[in-house]
Design a binder for this molecule. Structure first.
Ligand code: SF4
Length: 75
């Protein structure tokens, strides 16, 4: 997997879109309604990761390439 997802907790508004659509990759942090990335995110294709990022209404899901560049698609 070339892209690494990250959830920016300063942006996440707990809409649940990522958790509902890709439950293997995103879940709510225990005790909080902020999404976190699960190890299962490794199983998603780059296309699925881009889809997850585009689902987020507040662009909290950021995607980084192997060099650490933020390559999140603009919505
Ligand atoms: S889709 Fe975005 S705002 Fe909604 S829970 Fe996931 S990271 Fe948070």
């Amino acid at each position: 997997m070339g892209l690494r997802p990250y959830v920016d907790h300063d942006r996440c508004v707990s809409s649940g879109a990522c958790v509902l659509e890709f439950p293997q990759a995103f879940a709510y942090q225990q005790g909080q309604a902020l999404a976190i990335v699960l190890p299962g995110a490794d199983e998603l294709t780059e296309e699925q990761l881009r889809e997850a990022a585009s689902l987020c209404p507040v662009e909290a899901i950021r995607l980084f390439d192997a060099d650490g560049n933020d390559v999140t698609p603009e919505s």
